[in-house]
Design a binder for this molecule. Structure first.
Ligand code: KIV
Length: 308
């Protein structure tokens, strides 16, 4: 009798995300940048993991996302893909890796898919990026777009401000969202958009909106994982909620470890291995009588309970 094959985990696709959206499920997305965190988030059932270019600030210590390169996103995408078996992994396209020429946009999106193993790419911009989205989607690559506060244009936007607050800016944002959908994007990130406007855009689109600082009326939410886990001591954006305090937890663990090392209580026998004393005698070219504990006995001491 042949054994029943164990069920293989099916990697989620944009079709799975569309199905969740159609069923009215709110979709949770998180950023991920490395193998161990990706494994944890995948095991936790997070359906979409974004290798965001926030990588530059939260993992690489840059002052903005603008400095993140294709090589860096590719490197981290590969790690996240290796750490997941179920989540749809979306690779962020770095600044100027798209939108300069259609050929370069397509080649870079293709690299993130074929070399990186991503299931989709994300790029910033509404109407201005519609042609690029169309080119990439037509080649068979799923695209998520990103409007509102677009960090790669931070120098033009003049800071991390809520977008779409005036009549003109709000109309432009709505037009951007519609242009993205018409260009073939499978979802759109709305970052730092007033809740009422984000909810109205969500109602008018058939593709899911994924909000960050855009209120609860979006089809889903995305958060930067280091914000969620409380890893940065210096800055937490207003739209983030700490679900853990890893900064304190990791600091406590590191201090406890350093104290144990200083006290000589780490490693203990459980974390160490031992060797047959006779073999050690041979390695060191000595007789059993030359062992330190025997010398101490000969000198009138009590044999130490050495852990070799
Ligand atoms: O790079 C990133 O982390 C992002 C999210 C904030 C959506 O683009």
């Amino acid at each position: 009798m042949s054994a029943t094959p164990s069920p293989r985990t099916q990697r989620l696709t944009i079709a799975s995300i569309a199905k969740m959206h159609a069923a009215g499920e709110r979709i949770a997305m998180l950023t991920a940048y490395d193998y161990p965190t990706a494994r944890i988030l995948d095991d936790a059932g997070i359906p979409m993991l974004l290798v965001g270019d926030s990588l530059g600030q939260v993992m690489l210590g840059y002052d903005s996302t603008v400095r993140v390169t294709m090589a860096e996103i590719l490197h981290h995408t590969k790690a996240v893909v290796r750490g997941t078996s179920r989540a749809l992994v979306i690779a962020d396209m770095p600044f100027l890796s798209y939108g300069v020429t259609p050929e370069a946009s397509l080649e870079n999106a293709g690299t993130l898919m074929s070399e990186g193993g991503a299931g989709a790419v994300k790029l910033e911009g509404g109407e201005r990026s519609a042609k690029t989205i169309e080119t990439i989607v037509r080649a068979g690559i799923p695209v998520m777009s990103h409007i509102g506060l677009t960090p790669q244009s931070i120098h033009q936007l003049g800071g991390h401000r809520v977008q779409g607050k005036t009549r003109e800016a709000g109309r432009r944002l709505l037009a951007d969202a519609i242009a993205i959908q018409e260009a073939g994007a499978f979802a759109v990130v709305l970052e730092l958009v007033p809740s009422e406007l984000a909810a109205a855009i969500t109602e008018r689109l058939s593709i899911p909106t994924i909000g960050i600082g855009a209120g609860a009326g979006c089809s889903g939410q995305v958060q930067v994982v280091t914000d969620l886990l409380g890893m940065s001591a210096d800055f937490t954006p207003r739209h983030a909620r700490h679900y853990a305090d890893l900064h304190a937890l990791i600091g406590d663990a590191a201090r406890a470890y350093a104290n144990d090392v200083a006290a000589g209580t780490f490693p203990g026998t459980a974390e160490s291995s031992s060797i047959d004393p006779a073999v050690l005698d041979e390695i060191l070219g000595r007789t059993p009588l030359d062992r330190p504990e025997m010398i101490e006995v000969a000198q009138g001491g009590i044999p130490l309970d050495r852990d070799l």
